[in-house]
Design a binder for this molecule. Sequence first.
Ligand code: ATP
Length: 245
Amino acid sequence: MSIPVDHPRYHSLRVRERLAQAMQAGVVAPEGLCAHGRGESFYYLLGEQTIPSAQEAARCAAALFFVAKHPMISVNGNTAVLAASEIASLQKVTGAMVEVGLFHRTEERILMITDLLTAAGVQVLKGEAERLLPLSHDRAFCLRHGIYEADLVLVPLEDGDRAGALALLGKKVITIDLNPLSRTSRTATLPIIAEVTEVLPLITSYATSLTQSEAISILDTMPDPVWFLQAALDTISQRLSHVLD
Ligand code: ATP
């Protein structure tokens, strides 16, 4: 399908087209398209921007990466298709390892996503995944020397149970999710309520110039998770009150 470049929703339609193609190729699960639609609706409500509280969350995320001993980034099909090169840049600056983590898990999809990430310059941790997370279903699978042993895990576009299971294991969990009401956002140590391709470069840019003393001072004054959720909800409610003015 050719999308006219002067279409006001050109970018968004191109992204949908890429995801639909990735779904046909088997990289994205059909359910991933529904998850994208849920994200789009919250992006709309937030005014299609990275709000100031999410920018602050990105700064805090950079500080958490700075002090982490074993940081990991969990990548699913949607994130790989939308943001492989942004993940590569964040990995270069933070030294975090990347593990493929899937809700709809098949070895074939793991391989396809690994190839896609590798082609974008991401170093993907490999190995024999085990049922290590306190979850029923294949979501329990992860790598022992990867997410299981991590002290910090960034989980963009994650499902709430898995984010909760990681938090239960005592890990610091940074989520990226446009929905401030999702269980994912509500179980995070640091919920980033933002669009994944917009906010990953922001974390990378903060992480690039951070010093140890800055990181410590950011973490000393980091707001609690509810503050970030409330700030996003306040943005949405203020916009809804005035959007037709
Ligand atoms: P939960 O289980 O956490 O309550 P959920 O059932 O909505 O949430 P999923 O269906 O797995 O979880 O959806 C993934 C989430 O990803 C959605 O909440 C959606 O807002 C978010 N999302 C989708 N696309 C993007 C994107 N491009 N950037 C950021 N977040 C996104």
